[in-house]
Design a binder for this molecule. Structure first.
Ligand code: NAG
Ligand code: NAG
Ligand code: NAG
Ligand code: NAG
Ligand code: NAG
Length: 436
């Protein structure tokens, strides 16, 4: 989605005041099998690439977590990285002071304080796509936020970095200016791209459109210069979509599934919505477009389990755009069973997010679910239990795995390069030119 951000606001009594390891092992703090926790699996380091300046500069990297490797089935103090923050979830169960929603407002309860007013500019927003042939990561600016300078007359742009550059500075805590953020001049220009994924050797973007006369569309872009782009879908039987948000390819049927939400209207750059918040499915070869799910408040991110059998969809209803925040609405991830014929069944709530809203969502190769939320990226096991956080202290709208043990996280004014003990779900790259 566009325009979501949050600053951390207060201390939480349940968290440790520092990032020291616990003195004693505590089974209430640990997952039953630590090897299943990608955040503590093996020797990850998490860095921050932080953009504080112009589009083509300014990236900082900061190390967050460097866990020691281990093979034991129980945690001990030495398993916990010195920088990691271990949270005793039981300590949150009963609190002395529980503020009402208008005061708590879904903000992160944390000791970390940030003030970004001096350098707020949403350069690093969504549509994060790793392109293996060049080992580059593409992403887009925030189209909705006023500070992005987009809106009816302009468009959020696509940018990219080379991971070789990020990797070369990964031991630094702040590598501002050492990684080039390169503008990708898609031709013709993609108007307000927001979501993206690998598709048929190229990248498919969901674009939100602008005004009355630039309808939202699916664009396919060649990831190499001159970045030729082609519109492959821009309507539902003659009706404009509202503002396409995110897209994923199902690994079983290779089809595109994408979300359409009313944020373009709620952020003032699209007219009144003409369709419900829905998830669509598109087969480029046959041209068939169908609706697979509705009933959302504000549908947003979408992904599949590695085997394609489960769909995960986020609903960011709490953030009502220019209507403000309403904490009685969803901040949720729903799961569906993907049937053999590609339709969806068995909607379940998978997780409710307590900090901000769940926006972009991706699975690792083990089926753990990651989503960008109000204080970084949260990680759940396939049963919806929170395994941990890649804690940034600021909102991440989206992020992407970049192969084995690497991740790039967009956090609006910061770009983070992360190494961790997990690998992204395999990319489904399929040539549709000959059908199935
Ligand atoms: C949340 O509460 C904090 C502290 O009262 C306030 O500064 C912030 O503006 C609020 N955010 C929203 C979105 O209401
Ligand atoms: C777009 O440009 C026109 C002409 O310059 C201007 O009148 C209008 O206010 C602009 N709209 C936005 C949303 O910036
Ligand atoms: C990172 O480095 C840049 C450039 O040297 C500097 O402007 C910025 O304040 C640094 N950020 C942090 C968090 O230290
Ligand atoms: C890109 O588009 C231009 C203009 O249509 C065309 O001449 C060129 O061959 C295309 N390049 C690629 C790599 O497809
Ligand atoms: C939140 O939504 C509920 C249900 O639609 C509504 O009754 C309430 O007035 C809304 N609250 C705010 C603050 O908008």
């Amino acid at each position: 989605m566009s325009g979501t951000r949050r600053r951390t606001t207060s201390e939480h009594p349940g968290e440790q005041a520092n990032r020291s390891p616990p003195d004693t092992p505590d089974s209430t703090k640990a997952p039953s099998n630590p090897n299943s926790n990608p955040l503590f699996g093996h020797r990850p380091t998490i860095m921050v690439l932080s953009a504080l300046g112009a589009v083509l500069g300014a990236i900082a990297i900061r190390t967050y977590i460097s866990p020691a490797s281990h093979g034991a089935l129980a945690w001990s103090a030495s398993d916990v990285p010195s920088q990691a923050q271990v949270i005793n979830q039981k300590a949150f169960n009963v609190l002395g002071n529980v503020p009402p929603a208008t005061q708590a407002n879904g903000s992160s309860q944390s000791h970390a304080h940030f003030d970004r007013r001096d350098f707020w500019r949403p350069l690093f927003h969504e549509a994060v796509v790793w392109y293996p042939p060049t080992d580059e990561v593409f992403f887009v600016q925030n189209a909705g936020a006023p500070a992005a300078g987009t809106g009816l007359n302009k468009s959020g742009i696509i940018e990219k970095i080379a991971l070789s550059q990020a990797d070369a500075v990964k031991t630094q805590s702040n590598a501002t200016g050492q990684v080039d953020v390169v503008t990708v001049n898609s031709t013709p220009q993609i108007i307000n791209p927001n979501g993206g994924t690998n598709y048929n050797g190229k990248i498919v973007f969901t674009a939100e459109g602008a005004g009355n006369n630039t309808p939202p569309a699916l664009y396919v872009m060649d990831p190499t210069d001159p970045y030729n782009t082609t519109v492959i879908l821009n309507n539902y039987y003659g009706r404009q979509f509202n503002s396409l948000n995110d897209v994923a390819v199902n690994s079983r049927n290779k089809e595109l599934y994408f979300t359409d939400v009313t944020y373009g209207y709620l952020q003032d750059f699209r007219p009144l919505p003409g369709l419900p918040n829905q998830v669509y499915r598109f087969n480029e070869y046959t041209g068939a477009v169908t609706v697979v799910a509705d009933g959302f408040n504000l549908v947003n991110g979408i992904t599949f389990s590695p085997d394609g059998s489960i769909a995960y969809v986020t609903d960011t209803g709490i953030n009502q755009g220019f209507f403000g925040y309403n904490y009685s609405y969803p901040s949720a991830i729903y799961s569906y069973d993907v049937q053999d014929d590609g339709t969806w069944d068995n909607r379940k709530i998978f997780a409710f997010v307590s900090v901000g809203v769940p926006d972009g969502i991706h699975c690792d190769s083990a089926g753990n679910v990651y989503s960008g939320v109000g204080d970084g990226v949260h990680v759940w096991n396939p049963s919806g239990k929170l395994l941990g956080k890649i804690y940034l202290g600021t909102t991440s709208a989206n992020f992407q795995f970049a192969g084995q043990g690497r991740m790039v996280i967009c956090a609006e004014t910061q770009l983070y390069y992360v190494t961790l003990g997990a690998t992204g779900a395999a990319i489904t790259d399929y040539d549709f030119s000959t059908g199935y």
